[in-house]
Design a protein around this ligand. Structure first.
Ligand code: FA5
Length: 342
């Protein structure tokens, strides 16, 4: 094999190297040409078959070939690595000018919002906010409010009972059917003048419809002082309607029966929605002048003090305020509904 043959071998090897298009192909090429059992090694082995005087020149030529191929391999390898890097960089590019994906923001539930609006209207009128337990004893929910056992007024509120007796033997435990037990809880703790509102959840074992849920929020109000009259009750509620609905809100009182007030009334409200539509009259609350027996049960002298109380349905406020047609939307957890009140 002479120099010309070696040049041909080099040309063949370089052509194959050129067509190796990735790093695994280069590794294969290296094994084939420069490996222990590769073609260059075989050429070196040929020295043994040559005449002594030819060996040196041949050896140098094969060595030169080997070095040429090694250099070509290194160059090709560097080139392939570089282009692999370029490719990776190009495909991983982040376009920092693209707008980001906004994180979903939650917001307050429409009823929580309504509770805040209503209570803050009463805070503006000088009321304090109180809280009371959702699990009540019969005594507070009914008896002290002039509703003894077997009284027909009990059937006005279907009750979820929890047990026949609480641990202290003070009667059955139940889920409060209204916020009115707080009238007694407040009177037991503070003396007149009293001006409080108590928002909270109530429960009734009743069939649901467009204006009734089996759990709902009420807000109780209790005002006790000297010379409080029905006119104060009317004035307070008219102010509330103007603050929470609109200055053109109309209120109407109709007779109502609640054994813990005398006289008893119910408040109906209607007003014009922001879209110009006038709502229907909706019953919002029961109210009245606190019954002397109830004042007495709370340790207050009915000859000296008088008071009014009311229990307002807070889902009803939201129904009216936003012109919603069915109370059951509030707790159905349908985002299409809830997201309208962000
Ligand atoms: C009462 O619960 C009385 N405790 C209110 C009261 C308080 C009267 C103080 C006098 C003095 P009534 O059952 O009518 O009354 O409920 C009062 C308001 O709660 C209703 O006007 C209505 O707005 C709301 N409400 C009652 N039941 C439901 C219900 N199932 N779903 C939604 N709202 C209700």
């Amino acid at each position: 094999m002479d120099n010309q043959d070696l040049q041909q071998v080099a040309a063949e090897a370089l052509a194959e190297l050129e067509s190796a298009s990735d790093l695994p192909a280069l590794t294969r090429w290296k094994g084939q040409w420069l490996g222990d059992k590769g073609k260059v090694r075989a050429l070196i082995g040929n020295i043994r078959n040559l005449a002594t005087d030819q060996r040196s020149a041949y050896g140098q030529a094969v060595n030169a070939l080997k070095e040429q191929l090694e250099a070509a391999l290194n160059e090709r390898e560097a080139g392939l690595k570089q282009s692999a890097l370029h490719h990776a960089l190009a495909s991983d590019t982040v376009d920092i000018t693209l707008p980001g994906r906004p994180a979903e923001m939650g917001h307050m539930h429409v009823i929580s919002r309504t509770i805040r609006e209503v209570t803050s209207a009463f805070v503006q009128m000088g009321f304090q906010i109180w809280e009371g337990p959702e699990v009540e004893v019969d005594r507070y929910n009914f008896e002290l409010l002039n509703i003894p056992a077997e009284h027909p007024a009990r059937s006005m509120q279907d009750t979820f009972y929890i047990s026949d007796q609480d641990k202290r033997g003070t009667g059955s435990l139940l889920l409060r059917t209204h916020t009115s037990p707080n009238q007694m809880r407040v009177m037991e703790q503070v003396k007149p003048p009293i001006r409080v509102v108590v928002p909270g959840r109530c429960y009734r074992a009743e069939r649901t419809d467009a204006t009734h849920e089996f759990y709902f929020y009420q807000m109780e109000a209790l005002v006790v002082a000297e010379k409080v009259t029905l006119a104060d009750l009317k004035g307070t509620l008219a102010t509330f309607a103007r603050l929470v609905f609109s200055p053109d809100a109309e209120v109407r009182f109709v007779c109502g029966y609640f054994s813990y007030v005398e006289p008893g009334v119910e408040l109906m409200v209607r007003y014009t929605l922001p879209n110009g539509k006038r709502t229907n009259w909706l019953e919002l609350l029961g109210a009245g002048m606190v019954h002397p027996n109830v004042l007495r049960n709370g340790g207050i002298d009915p000859d000296k003090y008088s008071g009014f109380a009311f229990g307002m349905g807070l889902e009803r406020v939201a129904l009216l305020k936003y012109g919603i047609d069915d109370i059951r939307h509030f707790y159905a957890n349908d985002l299409r509904f809830l997201e309208q009140f962000g």
